[in-house]
Design a protein around this ligand. Structure first.
Ligand code: GRF
Length: 216
């Protein structure tokens, strides 16, 4: 089967992007990263992607003022130009409207640094610590119009340890993000994820490397 063509949307350093690029180098990986697009011209991940020989694009949201849909039309034009099959949001710090989300039904993924539905939104690590959480983690989910709310494809958990500050906890969570995002993209690109309402189910047995998958 032809490998799925993936675009990664970033706003910053792009460590999740790098994890996806790394995973996609495996010959049996069912997706290839063909475009990295940033809404910020200064995103560090752009240079990393270029060094990997991946095409990059910048659609600077500031050029579009408050017109979110005009910004999204410019993003969508890039995605179409590169014949993208699947979009991965990876530290992409713009809220998307139903207009563009509706163009990627079950084909747009996001990673969120918390065990959704806990801690939607920003500052998840600080809030987990303030709440006295004993476990924390990350979630890859299908993007729907409501923020941080789509069907969950994969989650990874970490313990919250005594003495943790937000930076220490963020680093522990990030390591898990780098595992579960490539896993989730693999499952989606293989066509093994069935989205049914608020849930996802996975077809076929999970291989050992997929053992951290937690069904929704
Ligand atoms: C990650 O923690 C991701 O979960 C969140 O933003 C951060 C992006 O980090 N959405 P990076 O740019 O992938 O390193």
């Amino acid at each position: 089967m032809a490998r799925k063509r993936v675009a990664i949307l970033i706003s910053g350093r792009g460590s999740n992007m790098s994890a996806l690029i790394g995973a996609a180098k495996a010959p049996d990986y069912p997706a290839e990263i063909v475009l990295v697009l940033s809404n910020r011209p200064d995103a560090g991940g752009l240079a990393v992607a270029q060094a990997e020989g991946i095409a990059t694009a910048v659609v600077d949201h500031k050029q579009f003022g408050k017109d979110r849909e005009a910004f999204e039309r410019a993003v969508q034009a890039q995605l179409e130009a590169y014949r993208i099959d699947i979009v991965c949001l990876a530290g992409f710090m713009r809220i998307l409207t139903p207009w563009i989300i509706g163009r990627w039904p079950d084909r747009m993924l996001n990673i969120h640094p918390a065990l959704l539905p806990a801690f939607k939104g920003l500052h998840t690590h600080e809030r987990a610590l303030a709440d006295g959480a004993t476990e924390h983690g990350a979630t890859v989910h299908v993007v729907v119009p409501e923020m941080d709310s789509g069907p969950i494809v994969a989650q990874g958990k970490v313990p919250v340890l005594p003495g943790d500050d937000a930076a220490a906890l963020a680093a522990r969570v990030l390591a898990v993000e780098h595992i579960i995002y490539p896993l989730a993209l693999r499952l989606i690109a293989d066509g093994r994820v069935r989205v049914a309402g608020a849930c996802c189910t996975v077809d076929g047995p999970l291989s050992p490397g997929e053992a951290i998958y937690i069904p929704a």
